[in-house]
Design a protein around this ligand. Sequence first.
Ligand SMILES: C[S@@+](CC[C@H](N)C(=O)[O-])C[C@H]1O[C@@H](n2cnc3c(N)ncnc32)[C@H](O)[C@@H]1O
Length: 247
Amino acid sequence: MSARQRLLGLLAHPPRDTTGPWLDLVAGRPGSRGRLQDAWQSEGGAGGYDGLLAVGDQIEGLVPDLLGGRNLRAFYRVDERLGLIGGETVLDLACGPGTLTRRLARAVGRDGLVIAADLSVPMLTRAARSTPFACVDFARVDAMDLPLRDGSVDAVSCSLCLHLVPDLGTTLEEMARVLRPGGPVAIAVPSHAPGPFRAVTETLARFGQARVFGPGELSREMRSRGWDGVQERSLGGIRIVDATAPF
Ligand SMILES: C[S@@+](CC[C@H](N)C(=O)[O-])C[C@H]1O[C@@H](n2cnc3c(N)ncnc32)[C@H](O)[C@@H]1O
């Protein structure tokens, strides 16, 4: 069965159009979600981000721990954080240009399925163009209203997206709903700079109309919503939060 057929089988409602490089599963046209997300929805923003991520993707294995290599590896090696062994169905929520999607695809192998999902058309266009894996399909989705059936995926990767969603609680609930009970999630969010430098990240966040997370902020929110085994690490400018879905 093709990745497209498998994805169609997991959807809560059948889409009208099942052709094209991705399924468009967003109802209506969402307006602006803030300056930073507007950038990710532009050709230039998507291209710039793609280039930046590609550099890290190439060098993450070469950078010594002392120079931040451990942090870089924790960010890129999302397949290891999810404990994938092959054959799983994984949602790459906010797949961007597909950099982490390709790692997930290699980890799940031909028996698995990676659903590479994003709100941005330029990001999805890049991801679909550069991810030639039979086990991957692409969908335009809104993280706050996932089009998948309850418990339909084994694992979720959600990297650098939760600072952009207007409603964090709804997004966490949607991730928990589509995950099988106990399924792992691997999250990365931008982190506030320490001490007096916090004013800088606060200003940047205000300008970008996005959110930045303080220590323990996302973990507390997830625990209060029933997520298990929540573990948070600070990796320079980002916080990594790994957890398992509520039973
Ligand atoms: C900084 S990029 C991260 C891409 C990729 N996950 C990574 O870590 O390289 C942020 C992505 O989140 C996507 N995004 C923002 N809000 C979203 C939403 N509500 N639903 C789906 N994707 C969203 C953006 O379109 C963009 O591609």
